[in-house]
Design a protein around this ligand. Structure first.
Ligand code: MEV
Length: 327
């Protein structure tokens, strides 16, 4: 049985604004999820760690349907999406399977846990589908958890590397002049992407001018970040992370812990730091000039009671990117 890997993601610039059509830049990280499938009489998904099994068969009664975990709907959606696309493409249609999946990312941690599980499951259903195809199938899964996802989490999880993403457009790769050394910290507070996206949606409704100005600012940051990454100007990229954090705080998606962790990262040598993902808790990303500095940042977070790890994003997308690895 093959194990299909999917990556976690770190958004460097552009979260939230990306929901409204502004571009964003994100990188895939090796911590992610895996899934394996085997033939079965009925299709089921078991997520280890969460200890939940869901079935393709719709629960029989209205009450059972109302109590069903969202994961059940997400699994049905991804199966339906996979099979209807296979039919449309005239390919072999995935038969009933028992899928087992597991994530090594914290749910609600801002690192794309649900998208990574979705991508691993979609790959287990059809291992040879392209990254773009997998990312697009996973939207049917992501909508169950996030309401109005831009698609960036699934796109980066499926493709890996450094991606310039615009909603509804094919993803574009950003080539790195030098590796990006990132310290990723977790506030320990799980946050709901759906809720945080709704926080911003309310502001779009109530304070359209202010939010549009913030989104325009983020658009400029993202374009500059793309140039900084391709030119290897890490000092500039760091400043762009800091500026993005200010604009995100203005959208009320930061928190005291996030600000504290970003401040500590800068004090310990980060070139810049910001929340990553939906905010309101979840994770922060700090860009470090060296791995020693990144380790110092993570140690400082640990001393303050937070967790963290160091990851380096290289020129080549991760080895997990296109699929299978042995268990
Ligand atoms: C979540 O990882 C990123 C958000 O921009 C939501 C989305 O793009 O779907 C907050």
């Amino acid at each position: 049985m093959s194990r299909h890997r999917a990556l976690g993601k770190v958004i460097l610039n552009g979260e939230h604004a990306v929901v409204y059509g502004v571009p964003a830049i994100a990188v895939g990280i090796d911590t992610g999820a895996w899934a394996e499938s085997s033939p079965a009489a009925e299709s089921t998904l078991y997520v280890r760690g969460w200890d939940i099994t869901v079935h393709e068969t719709m629960p029989a009664t209205e009450e059972d349907r109302a109590n069903e975990a969202p994961l059940g709907r997400a699994f049905r959606n991804i199966l339906e999406e996979t099979r209807s696309r296979q039919r449309a493409q005239g390919g072999t249609v995935t038969a009933n399977v028992s899928v087992v999946a597991e994530a090594d990312l914290p749910p609600g941690g801002g690192l794309g846990c649900s998208a990574a599980i979705g991508v691993a499951v979609a790959r287990a259903l059809e291992p040879r589908a392209s990254a773009d195809e997998i990312a697009s199938r996973v939207m049917a899964w992501e909508r169950v958890f996030h309401g109005n996802p831009s698609g960036i989490d699934a796109a980066v999880s499926a493709s890996g590397g450094c991606v310039y993403f615009r909603r509804g457009k094919p993803m574009e790769r950003v080539s790195l002049k030098s590796p990006l050394i990132l310290a990723i910290g977790n506030t320990g507070i799980a946050s709901s992407t759906k809720t945080m996206v709704e926080v911003v949606a309310r502001q779009v409704e109530q304070k359209r001018d202010t939010t549009e100005r913030a989104f325009e600012g983020i658009r400029v940051l993202v374009e500059n970040a793309r140039h900084a990454i391709t030119a290897g100007d890490l000092a500039a990229l760091g400043k762009l992370l800091d500026l993005n954090q200010m604009l995100l705080a203005g959208l009320f998606v930061s928190s005291e812990d996030i600000e504290r962790m970003c401040g500590s990262a800068r004090e310990h040598g980060a070139l810049g730091a910001k929340l990553t993902g939906a905010g309101g808790g979840g994770s922060v990303v700090a860009l470090a000039p060296t791995t020693d500095t990144a380790s110092r940042i993570v140690s400082a977070w640990r001393n303050d009671g937070f967790s963290g790890f160091v990851t380096t994003v290289g020129q080549e997308p991760s080895a997990y990117t296109y699929g299978e690895s042995s268990p």
